[in-house]
Design a protein around this ligand. Sequence first.
Ligand code: ASP
Length: 598
Amino acid sequence: MMRTHRCGELRTENAGGTVQLCGWVHTRRDHGGVIFIDLRDTSGLVQLVFNPDASGDIFKVAEQLRSEYCIKVTGEVRPRPEGTLNPNLPTGEVEVIASDVEIFSRAETPPFQVDSHQDVDEMLRLKHRYIDLRRPEMQENLKLRHAIISSIRRFFDAEGFVEVETPMLTRATPEGARDYLVPSRVHPGKFYALPQSPQLFKQLLMVSGLDRYYQIARCFRDEDLRADRQPDFTQLDMEMSFVEVDDVLDVSERMFKQVWSEVLGIELPDFRRIPYEESMQRFGSDKPDLRFGLELIDLGDVFAATEVKVFRSVLDGGGAIKAITIPGKGDGGRKELDGLVEEAKSLGAGGLVWIQVTGEGLKSPIAKFFTDDEVAGLTKATGANEGDLVLVVADARVGVVYKVLGGLRTRLAERYGFIPETDLSDAEHWKFAWIVDFPWFERNEEEDRWDPIHHPFTGIVEDTIGFLESDPAKVISKSYDITLNGWELASGSIRIHDGEMQSRVFRALGISDEEAEEKFGFLLNAFRFGPPPHGGIAPGIDRIAALAAGETNIREVIAFPKTQTATDPLTGAPSEVDEAQLKALQIKTTAPPPQPGV
Ligand code: ASP
């Protein structure tokens, strides 16, 4: 071995011993002829001391050392002299007096300092990710992610699950996103799709009698990227046979509890279960952040007999009037209020009514139209006190009301500091919840059709099956999500395991029998050979790791992520390919030729 210890391990107990260390020059300071180096490896930092009177060439070599040189050092550990202890460093009570040094490799001046990440441009970080990943925070994130995955594997192993890999080059799986396609050379004009999830394979494994499957699976979805989305990402995919909803919830919840206990030292309480409808009504979202209130209040009853035009037409049109009350924010000026209206519009609202509760009554552009009963009813329903701000959204489409108020609820909570500043080590920080009883369908107005909220293989609550053709909005699915602090961490469902029923659902989705046969014939065929009842779930590993690390972007817990525009500044992907490669694939691109420098 080239080393006897890791840098970050050394303590006063090691004093007097000779050690060999390998690592990178983190910082270098010259002090009156003595050179101090902080040497860094994955375990941490330790201070090296090079004295000018050391024997041989050591000092000369030390003078050449620069940031990020990779070196090996031999030396004696000794307690630091009185007054030079560094309480901020675990190794801060000792230093190593170098007696030998070898330079493995030199480094050019790095594009950014390994310890000064805060204001480094992310493009630069991603372009030089290998340097970025040298930063202790990034090493911690990757180690945390590893600890999570290894805890997950231990859990499933103990529960009798079998880890099985499923193909990357496959057919499209419908998770609602666009596919990444891979052209086949052997079959010109044909394409594989990268899996959006292993959904159909895991169902086939259940038909195969495997009983309990899991996989740390890569998934690929070509969709608009956000802080919690990457084109390729990792799911903990699992599936079980002979189970009902409660069984999957039980296993998944115990898994999360084990991971939180083992990795973060937190004993999680049982997860709350919130029906979808309640979640929408109270939080305007199916992934509610439960760390704060600001719940939605329905004003339909208050304005049931109203003459206020905007409200009247909304109620007559079957729409909804709902509000949130923002405590202590009722003194904003015109600019702030106009800003809120614009924000509501950007979330899809036709408008936003603001009402300031003042000592002289309600202040609002439409307050003069309210009757006394309406003023009293509104004040009571919203619980608003003097100094509070009430924001009202009225729209004929209830979904728009939820989207706007749900969006404002989380944005304003963050902006105005309503989210308690809990520590990650505080059990109170982790507000897990199950969202259950989802509708099966959602209306796609643009395409004038019904789409699945989950995916087409999701089971249906028995006594709502009758609505499949007559009133799709009333069909309830056997699906469930895990949410945490405003993030969706997992989705899953009990599946349809009856070929007839699956075909009926395809038809309800407007998929013809021929199309179903062409796309999913292999699943329907499998269902002709004794499929067991089955169900599963797929938590997102990147999201779990990001939240556990206290990060707000999953890129911080992915070694080599892509940018918001799905590029990789490190490798330059995606890139043009050789004409010869395209020719072999019999593919011609219609994209304009690349501009020089772009
Ligand atoms: N395949 C689903 C997804 O990726 C998860 C599941 O239903 O198990 O969302």
